[in-house]
Design a protein around this ligand. Structure first.
Ligand SMILES: [Cu+2]
Length: 286
């Protein structure tokens, strides 16, 4: 079949089919699929997503296949006559049993993922995350380090009405903060999430979860980042007029780099405690 004519509708259909038939890697480049993230938990979520997507696709193909087959093969114009029958125990058992088994097949890995998510035991370190309008406060409970993390000044300037700054010229516009949350790779980090005013939500997609930050409640979660890098996220609960301006940036460092950062931060904090009166945010920047 050739597609020489520009307006041939089959050309478009064939093109779409070819695009949809591309292998998974190409689809990933498009950014259409859920991303894998950088933690074992995010990988579990990804696998669960792919499994359930697969089940849905197969069920969809079977159901729509049967519908189209019935409509075409047994159409009135082809002389089909409606069968007259009543009840079929066999069919009823089948259409109860098959969805039941499919649901069990999905519930087992889903429950496994939920249990994995809730298991914050044996953590190597704990970070308390408190949401405020409109910034984050991080407390390293084991090391006594704490600092606020707010929208980086370049983004903050550009976002102002009639600022005259083109947001396209600001690197990581609205996704950059003054003080990054620094964590080590390969360590199980327990996060305690809460808020000081209204409900916020701490969300870094690469970690594979999102946690509500609720005043008066402590929500627990954990992450073990496998790959060093910078991972960005945002507040994911509409928390007021500047909800869109309290991003999250996580720097995952190797064990040595992290230890060096902790030493530097502790020294800066001691310096501040000794009467230098350095604000916490400024301490974190050093
Ligand atoms: Cu918020």
């Amino acid at each position: 079949m050739t597609f020489s004519k520009q307006k041939n509708p089959w050309r478009k259909i064939a093109l779409m089919s070819a695009i949809l038939g591309l292998p998974g890697a190409a689809m990933a480049d498009w950014g259409l699929n859920l991303t894998k993230g950088v933690t074992p938990y995010s990988n579990t979520v990804y696998d669960l997503h792919m499994l359930i997507l697969g089940v849905c696709v197969v069920v969809g193909i079977v159901v729509f296949g049967l519908i189209f087959y019935s409509v075409i093969a047994f159409r009135k114009s082809a002389g089909a006559k409606a069968a007259q029958w009543h009840e079929s125990t066999k069919v009823e058992i089948l259409w109860t049993l098959v969805p039941f088994l499919i649901l069990i097949g999905m519930a087992v890995p889903a429950t496994h993922a939920l249990i994995m998510m809730e298991n914050v035991s044996n953590a190597d370190m704990t970070i308390k995350v408190t949401g405020y309008q409109w910034k984050w406060h991080y407390q390293y409970l084991d090391d006594g380090i704490n600092f606020f993390s707010t929208l980086e000044s370049g983004s903050n300037m550009a976002r102002q009405l009639k600022s005259g700054v083109d947001p396209k010229t600001v690197p990581n516009y609205l996704l950059e903060v003054d003080n990054h949350l620094v964590v080590p790779v390969g360590k199980k980090i327990r996060f305690l999430t809460t808020a000081g005013d209204v409900i916020h939500a701490w969300w870094v997609p690469a970690l594979g979860w999102k946690r509500d930050a609720i005043p008066g409640y402590i929500n627990e979660s954990w992450a073990e980042i496998q790959t060093p890098g910078t991972y960005r996220g945002q507040c994911a609960e509409l928390c007021g007029k500047d909800h869109g301006f309290m991003p999250i940036v996580v720097d995952a460092l190797s064990a040595e780099d992290y230890a060096a950062w902790v030493t530097k931060m502790k020294a800066a904090t001691q310096h501040a405690d000794a009467g230098a009166a350095v604000p916490a945010a400024a301490v974190a920047q050093q």
